[in-house]
Design a protein around this ligand. Structure first.
Ligand code: SF4
Ligand code: FES
Length: 368
């Protein structure tokens, strides 16, 4: 493998997010998949995915996250899992659980799948089904129990927002009943459909304070039994998140039609494309203009350029900077030092109006 041609030094990627299909039975209003799904229907074949997996392993990838959309819609999923397992990759299925029938689960177990992560929308059937846009709550519970019966470690992932953040106590109780090993309570990231629905999804500061009290108490109670991950809402933070651990530094994403991205939503940025159908994964990771564009700190404008935190948060999120300011090279407006921070502060202030209806109409994600 050739060495990188450009500074800064290129790290090895640790994780590959393989988005096998954008097809999905759910219609979540916070979905970060592309708004125009019809433009992404030319999915990689099984053989193309196998080549990607070999190249990923050779590049240093250790963990494979199989996602979408809904990866169970791919009939060849067990074959892809088996191939990855034979390459020595740790495999994690990220699923809505719709389609995780006993037969499919047995196939995936036999193929060597290591871990299952199931999304939950709430702890109540009616709210959960409303948020998912389809009757799914009971099926998710059945699938979660099946995962535990088959001996897999189970992570539950709950995207939090204004409509379910007051249910955190009940969600934690449900996770405990299901025997989850880990729960990720992750506040909505505002990309794709979520950005379109932002005003209806952003929680108030009072809601957040209540949820944080519940999480703190639960962590003490559940210590040693269930890991509770709470991902802070970056809109309400002083500093931005170190998105993806830094651009082109630890993670890469391959989307259904073979484009390779530094993060799952980078297709929204006006940057050159890079596809596994045209280049090797090593070339894309090390040399492509896309991956080099925001790697390291040389690209940074002020205030990041002279900031002590530039190696900690890498100036925040490029997609968020682009979506909010039209320029992906600006400091993430979430940062209180950003000249554009007023854009985020205004949205947060509006969300603090508790009187604002919690029943704001959310636009559901469309199927393709
Ligand atoms: Fe991070 Fe830039 Fe804000 Fe400093 S100015 S905290 S590097 S986003
Ligand atoms: Fe794309 Fe943060 S989501 S860089």
């Amino acid at each position: 493998m050739g060495s990188a041609v450009d500074s800064p030094a290129v790290d090895r990627p640790f994780g590959l997010l393989a988005e096998l299909t954008y097809g999905c039975p759910l219609h979540c209003s916070y979905c970060s998949n592309p708004l125009e799904l019809a433009a992404h229907t030319d999915e990689l074949t099984t053989a193309e995915w196998q080549r990607v997996l070999v190249e990923a392993r050779d590049l240093g990838v250790l963990q494979l996250h199989l996602s979408g959309g809904e990866p169970l819609l791919r009939r060849d999923l067990p074959g892809i899992v088996r191939y990855a397992a034979e390459l020595g990759l740790y495999t994690n299925l990220i699923t809505s659980a719709l389609g995780l029938t006993p037969r499919r689960a047995e196939e995936l177990l036999a193929a060597g799948l290591d871990h299952v992560q199931i999304s939950l929308q709430s702890d109540e059937a009616a709210l959960s089904d409303r948020l998912a846009g389809v009757r799914s709550f009971e099926r998710k519970l059945v699938a979660a129990r099946l995962v535990k019966e088959l001996g897999w470690p189970l992570t539950l992932n709950v995207v939090l927002h204004r409509h379910n953040v007051d249910r955190v106590a009940g969600i934690l109780d449900l996770a405990e009943q299901l025997g989850a090993d880990r729960i990720e309570l992750a506040h909505t990231q505002y990309y794709g459909w979520a950005l379109r629905n932002r005003d209806g999804l952003l929680p108030s500061r009072a809601q957040l304070a209540r949820a944080e009290d519940v999480v703190r108490a639960a962590r003490g109670r559940l210590q040693g039994r269930m890991e509770v991950i709470y991902v802070l809402p970056d809109y309400h933070s002083r500093y931005p998140k170190p998105c993806m651990g830094g651009w082109g530094r630890r993670q890469l994403t391959v989307v259904p039609d073979g484009d390779v991205l530094p993060c799952p939503t980078a297709h929204t940025l006006p940057l050159p494309r890079a596809s596994v159908r045209e280049h090797s994964l090593a070339w894309i990771w090390e040399r492509s203009p896309l991956f080099q564009r925001f790697r390291g700190t040389n690209w940074m404008p002020d205030p990041c350029r002279s900031c002590d935190r530039r190696e900690l948060d890498f100036g925040g999120c490029r997609c968020q900077a682009f979506q909010l300011t039209g320029d992906a090279a600006r400091t993430d407006p979430v940062c209180h030092l950003s000249p554009d921070h007023g854009l985020v502060a205004a949205a947060v202030a509006a969300a603090d109006e508790e009187a604002r209806s919690r029943d704001t109409v959310l636009i559901p994600r469309r199927s393709r």
